[in-house]
Design a protein around this ligand. Structure first.
Ligand SMILES: NC(=O)c1ccc[n+]([C@@H]2O[C@H](COP(=O)([O-])OP(=O)(O)OC[C@H]3O[C@@H](n4cnc5c(N)ncnc54)[C@H](OP(=O)(O)O)[C@@H]3O)[C@@H](O)[C@H]2O)c1
Length: 263
């Protein structure tokens, strides 16, 4: 997809990757509806860009998503590209995870992209071409200990993206699933960063990941798994998961100490 002049809805636009992605899309001439719960940060991002509207909204409910979709449609007069980037994570032993946090992650990471796709799809299908981009995670292919709920939401998002892509194969609407490995943004708490350093976790700069997301959009990619060896482990885990069970066991014992707040 050529991004110039395209009407783009980007969620999570005030975040570590979202603010950079918004700027890169604007630089390529996109007309933007930028969505985030953090209204103050969002206003700042939108104010620094040409042709960018801000839509402050909470994506953790169906009604919140419907309201966001309605406002974006009114502001842009249609949509060519939907980028579902907003997300929340949690680093905790599953026995310590609260019911509220589990629900929140399911809502923001999985249901919100589904609700927004559902809201925009009829308009997109009326056009000759459009694209949906769902930003998942390597943890959406490799279930990661102490990110258990987060992994479940991203597995769901990957499955949704694959099924929807196949369902829309005879239409002009394409679906791209992008799975970054860990990225240096505020999403990762101090405990995650310390655990990452202790276990040798690779962490990318957000600018580099955003460039890969843009490249995936411009070349109409179906799915992209970022980083080596993580992208290889995705394939190994799909075919030989017992090998991965064994290779991550020692690191999981270290991670548990950070997840339980013992380190
Ligand atoms: N960072 C990583 O290591 C990493 C790795 C792989 C994949 N990803 C994925 O990449 C995406 C972007 O992550 P990031 O690192 O840029 O995270 P981030 O810096 O935390 O940005 C996420 C943004 O989403 C917003 N958001 C959260 N809940 C929302 C809600 N209910 N309604 C509306 N907006 C909401 C946040 O607002 P608030 O600040 O107000 O909460 C924040 O501005 C996520 O989907 C994430 O799962 C991240």
């Amino acid at each position: 997809m050529d991004i110039s002049d395209k009407r783009v809805v980007l969620t999570g636009a005030a975040g570590g990757m979202g603010s950079i992605l918004a700027a890169e899309l604007a630089r390529r001439g996109a007309k933007l509806a930028l969505v985030d719960a953090n209204g103050q940060a969002l206003e700042k991002v939108a104010a620094s860009l040409v042709d960018a509207h801000s839509v402050t909204g909470d994506l953790s409910s169906a009604s919140g998503c419907q309201s966001v979709a309605r406002q974006c449609s009114e502001l842009l007069g249609g949509i060519d590209l939907l980028i579902n980037l907003a997300g929340v994570n949690s680093f905790a032993a599953f026995e310590d995870e609260s019911a509220e946090k589990i629900e929140l992650m399911m809502h923001v990471n999985l249901l919100a992209p589904m609700w927004l796709c559902r809201a925009f799809l009829p308009t997109m299908l009326d056009q000759s071409s459009a694209r949906i981009v769902n930003v998942g995670s390597i943890f959406g292919s490799i279930g990661f200990a102490y990110f258990t709920t987060y992994s479940a939401t991203k597995f769901g998002l990957r499955g949704f993206s694959e099924a929807l892509r196949r369902e829309l194969a005879d239409s002009g609407v394409g679906v791209t699933y992008v799975a970054p490995r860990a990225v240096k943004t505020a999403m990762n708490s101090d405990a995650v960063n310390r655990m990452g350093a202790a276990t040798g976790m690779n962490m990318d700069e957000p600018q580099a990941v955003v460039e890969k997301i843009i490249a995936a959009i411009e070349s109409d990619r179906k799915d992209v798994y970022l980083g080596f060896p993580e992208s290889l482990f995705v394939r190994i885990n799909a075919i030989l998961p017992r090998i991965v069970d064994g290779s991550v066991a020692a690191k999981n014992r270290i991670a548990r100490q950070f997840a339980k707040g013992e380190k």
